[in-house]
Design a protein around this ligand. Structure first.
Ligand SMILES: Nc1ncnc2c1ncn2[C@@H]1O[C@H](COP(=O)(O)OP(=O)(O)OP(=O)(O)O)[C@@H](O)[C@H]1O
Ligand SMILES: [Mg+2]
Length: 360
């Protein structure tokens, strides 16, 4: 799957851009503040209905405008032809797929799986488990249909359970909820575990190429100890949960453990190595989606050359190209990418003050 055309209107400093995209590698270059990341962000918005760098969606609307509009035409072999997205400053959102209005934003994600690698992606490794759990769940969501509703049920029941705990109810009053919670948690956990196992199989080869001689281990931690049945644990920890006012253990605490020679990766790897590890995780995720569902991802790699030497830029570009997917990379100087490629990019764009120009 790939995007053949992209229209951007009133998105950050881009007032209007109409791009004919290449099926392979698209290189977007320009000076600081020209609008390169904004182009990637616009594509991400089309797939996810939100930004990867601002929690407030209204911030991405051009300062002079009250709404932004995005539109993409997909390549001929895709199930969907056109995706349209409009967001107003007051928060109202309109999503259209092939001209039909749709309500659920997850429909966007199903149709446009996006892998984003930005300097902020390091949070995947550095910050708390939330970003790593989201990484697993992205894959779980795409790989098994049951995941979404089971996870929504876990979140709904946890919220209710936590409210009851705050009210100090007796165990018999939450027993029913605990059974339900344990049932859905098992589904979520099984899917997550299967997903990390499959991912690991693909990840191994990429890590060997990017980080040879390093013993990197990626494992799944389900959110409570491995030996205890979750329903029993909920009962056993009822008094602790009542004291804290929330459910301490469970699938909401699941994590992806990343270690090198038994140390957390952030203590064992350099910045460039961490960047390569994030890239390896994202590439493996895209490859797995292709393997499992024959679905192509779109890769967005912001500021690809930063932190990487020439040899590693080359390796990363080779891996990205080999996925066969559509890739968008940004760089300040085009040579930082072009010199590391064996064949020219399928399309190049120069960005200046929010104007995006195709380079023939
Ligand atoms: N809502 C907005 N309306 C108008 N302009 C905005 C808005 N939000 C951000 N900008 C401006 O958009 C410009 C483009 O930002 P962007 O992050 O895309 O640049 P960039 O080319 O990626 O730069 P860098 O090389 O420094 O990463 C910036 O000058 C920024 O100040
Ligand atoms: Mg940028």
């Amino acid at each position: 799957m790939s995007l053949s055309r992209l229209y951007i209107e009133q998105f950050r400093n881009i007032q209007s851009a109409q791009l004919q995209l290449g099926t392979g590698l698209n290189l977007i270059y320009g000076q600081n503040g020209s609008g390169k990341t904004s182009v990637l962000e616009a594509i991400y918005f089309l797939g996810m209905g939100r930004s990867f760098r601002s929690h407030l969606s209204s911030r991405v609307i051009n300062n002079q405008s009250d709404k932004l509009t995005l539109f993409a035409q997909l390549a001929a072999d895709c199930q969907v032809n056109k995706i349209g997205f409009r967001r107003f400053k007051n928060g109202d959102t309109e999503v259209r797929i092939d001209g039909e209005k749709v309500k659920r934003l997850s429909i966007l994600a199903e149709n446009l799986p996006i892998q984003v690698i930005t300097p902020e992606s390091f949070s995947l490794l550095f910050e708390g488990p939330k970003a790593r759990r989201q990484f697993i769940d992205w894959g779980a969501f795409h790989s098994e249909q049951q995941f979404y509703s089971a996870w929504m049920n876990v979140k709904r029941i946890l919220k209710q359970r936590n409210q009851l705990l705050k009210n100090g109810v007796s165990y018999s009053q939450i027993q029913y909820w605990d059974k339900e919670l344990a049932r859905y948690s098992e589904i979520v956990t099984d899917i997550r575990k299967r997903y990390v196992d499959s991912l690991n199989a693909l990840l191994k080869g990429i890590i060997e190429e990017f980080l040879p001689r390093l013993d990197v281990k990626v494992s799944f931690s389900r959110g409570w100890d491995n030996k205890t049945d979750f329903a029993q644990l909920l009962e056993a920890q009822y008094s602790r949960d009542i004291a804290t006012g929330f459910t301490v253990s469970g699938p909401h605490k699941a994590d992806l453990r990343l270690r090198v020679a038994n140390l957390p990766v952030q203590d064992a790897l350099s910045r460039g190595q961490l960047k390569l590890l994030v890239c390896a995780l994202r590439i493996a995720q895209g490859k797995l989606l292709k393997q499992q569902l024959n679905k192509d991802s779109i890769y967005l790699v912001d500021d690809l050359p930063s932190e990487l030497d020439a040899q590693h830029r080359q390796l990363l570009l080779k891996q990205l190209t080999e996925t066969g997917a559509q890739v968008f990379v940004t760089a300040i100087e085009p040579s930082a990418i072009v010199d590391s490629l064996t064949s020219p990019p399928s399309q190049m764009f120069c960005v200046e003050h929010g104007q995006v120009t195709a380079i023939e």
